[in-house]
Design a protein around this ligand. Structure first.
Ligand code: CJB
Length: 828
């Protein structure tokens, strides 16, 4: 670092200065970046050149703040959050960063003066899809809120070279394409190869004598380099910029050379590929981990790099590790980063030579765990054989943690072997495995669920014995979503209307939306509100026309279900409702003039190996093909399924929706966050009492929410009694007709075999009780139809949904994390 010295140029001593925010200055910067960074003249530039130059210009404005924030956070050494997440589903960056830097107007004017349309450049950005769905998007919302609230923090994750696959449909069936999001350049990242960490794998452990003390050490077999890439995370117009640090795997030269020197060039290249595979691709399974070795490699790779990065680079010189709990909390975003716990112990004991008890005391205060699921198959377990082969020292540490934990369990609960077996971090069946959720629960200072109901069910069911053993450890933090992206950016018209009504400030204080309540009674406001919805529908229609060649008919209710395709989310229930309406019309039992015009929009990716989910996608497309073209429907019922649902499309679909489908089987959806985004944008929810739906309904009121289906206790009771889908099929004529129509081949050109697996699954298994909730769902949809006919009343309800859901800002979630778990006040 340059010293303060008279021989240095004065500018070398100055801090970085942000350019002044005038359009002229912006033009100058932009052209400079285009010419000198891209190496093209404006007249010869491609849209990609212009996009990249623009992104660099926005970066320039944020740079001074960023460098200052990094410096300040290190200087102050206040307690901060290290958010460990294998996924960040960021969405496009340009617009968000323009908004955060308050540059949107200046940039629009500056570009226009160069003959460039900002919208065209916006459309050019490929979103970084480094996540599967809700969990990854939640992480992205959280880092936005952390920056906006000036909480000292850093997000750590993986820089996947290929994000979530691009979904296409061929004959109505999902086909996956690789998502080469980096191909055209990645202007938002800064590679820091100087800060690379070496991450080891494999080998064995050995005992050695350390001045009379017998210690263990790990002798690994191979290693890779973890190279960090930094991303700016700007707060919303507050001058703060935090960091997201994503790790990329690069083969170590030593690793290659050893083999290369042996003369086996092919093997050297193969080894390099093997190492670099670690950050190659995001696993596309959402909530159903496959237990693949590479996935454990990914998990260890990024948490080990992050822990070392934190300890090596963030702590003041000579920091006393005993004080770590006052300096950092590592938040484990689900089980994916839980291998950080034994890694942290290993570092403290083997590398920093702390005693076990001291290391464990620190660890127990430095980690907290968020559980995002209730599905047993989503709780990760790693076979001991695999974990021990890849991370032998970590397995030893896990065994010791477990031994000591089980001793304490016996002391407390007596020698109840069943209980001990149930609580053991090591499962014995079907193969000896490490239960990562249990490890996280034993190690974490706090364990939280993501909605009230979910946290309650964790305490009562999934982790019941742990709640008894660790009183006070379990807490709830209901999820939230960032109002900057999902209201300000996604719905500019509604944002302007809100600001005109209640003034600004709501984007960082979302509870202020309450002030909109009286406007629900104001006819003029209602007209304006309905006008915004109409504009958003037209905009969506344009997007879909351009993207997929489909349009949305005027006057249709937009009934939207967008989320990952999973049986528990019950896209099939919605399909059955559509088929019921269709069947009613073609059989003449429903007059077509009685059908309230609706367009059902689906968006959903299925994990590539999840056969049933892919069949359901096929069925939705097949039903759409028939329904959309049958003249008997007179265009009153449409099914639209744009492929490749992602954050960018969500930002268009959600503001246009009238009806939000949140129809999971009660007790299965941990929270949901799409449900919050829809309500905030003035869609009414049709939903079960599940996840955060419960809290949405409590807040908006029963009159403005279409509740249906069994409650969680009713589901449990039916399950205990023995659920027989056949009973429901036999008892309900509408249901029978809908299922029979699918079974008859009506949507598969007469071929009954195509959807036979879907039908027989419903009839003979129906794990998620679609048939049991069908009648109640159809009845609720009838109430929706009736309510929609009164547009004034509907709009009133929509306004009240917006006004009453300010609670679901991710800023509130972060405040709850700070109060209940982190104790990391904002840095002023
Ligand atoms: N979730 O997206 C995922 N992936 C998982 O592997 C497990 C859970 C979702 O997390 C969201 C954020 O907490 C929840 O809103 C959602 O209910 C849950 O399915």
């Amino acid at each position: 670092m340059p010293e303060s010295h008279s021989s240095l140029h004065p500018l070398a001593l100055a801090p970085v200065i942000a350019p002044p925010s005038t359009a002229d200055e912006f033009v100058e910067r932009f052209l400079h970046n285009l010419n000198f960074d891209r190496g093209v003249a404006l007249s010869a530039s491609s849209a990609n050149d212009r996009y990249l130059a623009l992104a660099h210009t926005v970066r320039d404005y944020l740079m001074a703040r960023w460098l200052e924030d990094v410096r300040h956070q290190k200087e102050v050494q206040a307690k901060g959050v290290c958010y460990l997440s294998a996924e960040y589903l960021l969405g496009r960056q340009l617009d968000n960063n323009l908004l955060a830097a308050d540059l949107t107007e200046v940039a629009t004017e500056a570009l226009a003066s160069c003959g460039i349309d900002l919208d065209e450049l916006r459309a050019h950005e490929v979103e970084p899809g480094l996540g599967n769905g809700g969990l990854g998007r939640l992480a992205a919302c959280f880092i936005d809120s952390l920056a906006t609230m000036a909480v000292p923090s850093i997000g750590y994750g993986i820089r996947y070279e290929y994000g979530i696959f691009r979904q296409t449909f061929v004959d109505g069936q999902q086909v996956e394409q690789p998502d080469a999001w980096l191909a055209l350049g990645s202007p938002w990242e800064f590679a820091r190869p100087e800060d690379a960490q070496t991450i080891a794998f494999g080998g064995h452990t050995e005992k050695y004598d350390d001045e009379g003390v017998t210690r263990s050490r790990w002798v690994p077999a191979w290693n890779v380099q973890a190279v960090p890439y930094n991303y700016m995370v700007p707060g919303f117009q507050n001058g703060r910029v935090n960091t997201l640090r994503l790790w990329s795997a690069v083969a170590t030269s030593a690793f290659d050379l050893r083999i290369f020197n042996s003369g086996d060039y092919e093997e050297a290249v193969r080894a390099q590929t093997y190492a670099e595979n670690i950050s190659k691709v995001l696993y596309p399974e959402d909530s159903t981990p496959q237990g693949k070795e590479l996935r454990l490699q990914q998990q260890y790779f990024f948490v080990a790099a992050s822990i070392h990065d934190f300890l090596d680079n963030m702590l003041a010189d000579g920091f006393d590790l005993a004080n770590l709990p006052e300096r950092v909390i590592f938040q484990l975003n689900d089980t994916h980063p839980v291998i950080a716990v034994p890694e942290f112990m290993r570092v403290l004991i083997d590398e920093r030579h702390l005693e076990w008890d001291a290391a464990w005391a620190i660890t127990r205060q430095c980690f907290a765990y968020t559980c995002h699921t209730l599905l047993p198959e989503a709780l990760e377990v790693w076979p001991v054989e695999l974990l021990g082969r890849l991370l032998p020292r970590h397995l030893e540490i896990i065994y010791r943690i477990n031994d000591e934990f089980l001793v304490a369990v016996r002391e407390r609960f007596g020698d109840d072997e069943m209980l001990v077996r149930n609580m053991s971090i090591i499962a014995e069946h079907p193969v000896r495995s490490v239960r990562m959720a249990y490890l996280a629960t034993v190690a974490g200072a706090k364990v939280n669920g993501v909605a009230e109901l979910h946290s309650q069910l964790l305490r009562d069911k999934v982790l019941h014995d742990f709640d008894a053993f660790f009183p006070g450890k379990f807490t709830n933090v209901t999820n939230g979503v960032t109002p900057r992206r999902f209201l300000r950016l996604a719905n500019p018209e509604l944002s302007s209307l809100i600001t005109a009504a209640i003034g600004d400030g709501w984007a960082t204080d979302l509870e202020r939306l309450r002030e909109l309540e009286p406007f629900a009674e104001d006819a003029e406001f209602r007209t304006a509100f309905a006008g915004v919805k109409a504009v958003n529908k037209r905009r969506l229609s344009e997007v879909l026309r351009e993207r997929d060649g489909v349009e949305i008919s005027d006057g249709h209710m937009l009934d939207v279900m967008v989320k990952r395709l999973h049986e528990y989310k019950r896209q099939l229930l919605k399909v059955l409702h559509i088929v019921t309406t269709y069947e009613g019309v073609i059989s003449g039992r429903i007059a077509v003039s009685d059908v309230v015009p609706r367009t059902a929009i689906f968006g959903a990716k299925a994990a590539p190996g999840y056969a049933m989910a892919k069949r359901i996608i096929h069925l939705i497309n097949a039903v759409g093909e028939v329904v959309n073209t049958d003249p008997r429907l007179e265009g009153r019922l449409k099914v639209v399924f744009p492929p490749n649902y992602n954050v960018t499309l969500a930002e268009r679909v959600i503001p246009a929706a009238d009806l939000s489908e949140q129809i999971s089987l009660a007790g299965k959806e941990a929270s949901g966050t799409g449900n919050m985004k829809f309500a905030l944008n003035g869609a009414l929810t049709i939903g079960t009492d599940d996840g955060a739906n419960v809290e949405i309904r409590e807040l908006v009121g029963d009159d403005h929410f279409y509740l249906f289906g069994m409650s969680e206790p009713e589901v449990s009771e039916l399950s205990a009694r023995g659920y027989r889908p056949q009973d429901f099929y036999q008892a309900d004529e509408g249901l029978r007709r809908a299922i029979d129509l699918i079974a008859s081949g009506a949507f598969s050109r007469g071929d009954r075999s195509v959807f036979e697996p879907v039908v027989s699954n419903l009839l003979y298994e129906d794990r998620f009780m679609v048939l049991a909730d069908y009648a109640s769902y159809v009845a609720a949809q009838e109430r929706v139809d009736a309510a929609y006919a009164d547009q004034e009343a509907w709009t009133r309800s929509a306004i009240l949904n917006v006004a009453r859901t300010g609670f679901f800002s991710s800023d509130r979630s972060i405040r709850d994390y700070i109060d209940r778990i982190w104790h990391t006040p904002p840095l002023v």
